[in-house]
Write a protein that binds this ligand. Sequence first.
Ligand code: SF4
Length: 383
Amino acid sequence: MKVSFPYMGSTIVYKKLFEFLEHEVIMPPKPTQRTMDLGVKYSPEFACIPLKMVMGTYLEAIEKGAKVLVTSGGHGPCRAGFYGDTHRNILKSLGYDDVELIIFDAPQDNWKAFWRNVQKIRNGVPWPKVINRMYTLYRFVQKLDELEKMVQKIRPYEINKGQTTQVWNEIQEKFDKIKTRKELYKVYEECKKMLLSIPTKEVDEKDKIRVGIVGEIYVVMESSINFGIEEILGNLGVEVERSLYLFEWINDNLVPWALRPKRFKEIIKKGQRYIKILIGGHAVETVGHIIDFKERGFDGIIHLMPFACLPELVTQSLIPKISKEVDIPILSLPIDEQTGKANMLTRIEAFVDLLRNRKKGRTKEVFVNEFQQHADEERVVVV
Ligand code: SF4
């Protein structure tokens, strides 16, 4: 089958998945302005930006020959519950009757439907091979995420600007060629050495700035929609860590609740201190991670949200309260098709300045942006 998928984060993982299942993979192009334009043109106006971007990606993948599109599903009660059907209807209305959209909802939601989808994409590959290859893929994701976390810790201190990003690109190319578990472990060790050999400057622990990135999955994971925020922060000398990595997402979402990692359950518990009911998206995790980052000594939080994302709007409205109660500056950045990079950059730079000043003890202020102007307490600054 000519298979493609949405472009989000480390897409070589999805590519590897379908290669292991012996499909012909049609790589979707990295989202660009054209992807956005296509998505905006054919999606309902009220739709969230991830739906539009994914729509644009589907259309570009179909142009390249894709006949099957595979994606994960979404839960309500926000619009995520309508994503799959909306995409399917749009494709149908555009005449793509020969293109199949396979949507994987969480297995615990509907085991039968999940199993049917598994059988479809298994592509007749014998089960022992599937199990062996999926285990390789699981370790592939883990190792790739480990290396990405190293990148995020090295980039702020690199001496030759841009070198870490260049090495990271080379690492992804090397990972793309991996076929077996043995190769994976060998390549991983080589890549680790490549990263550790990047010349870096010494920075005192007390001068290091660490920022946690939280929010809705697509805008957190996909650099083309968040303007490469991790690189921007790294170039400003800031270490970053996201609330979402693919390996953790798999462990946190694809196994029954009882078997999920203790760390994930603790994050949910922390989030439930502020959001007690299910509101969809990643709102509870977002809040839980804000508290967790603070407890782990991070200096600030950047909250990314698609403009008008319902769950993240709830988070955003809680930010002044959380910010003050746990004493951590939080910058909330809504993203939509109108968002400009220059504007975003200015806000991020101002935020990093604030974090440095707090670190040096020059201020105790926490930071909110103009979207939270109702926050009027004396320790909250509106920028
Ligand atoms: S989580 Fe936010 S962006 Fe995603 S579907 Fe729900 S409302 Fe839209």
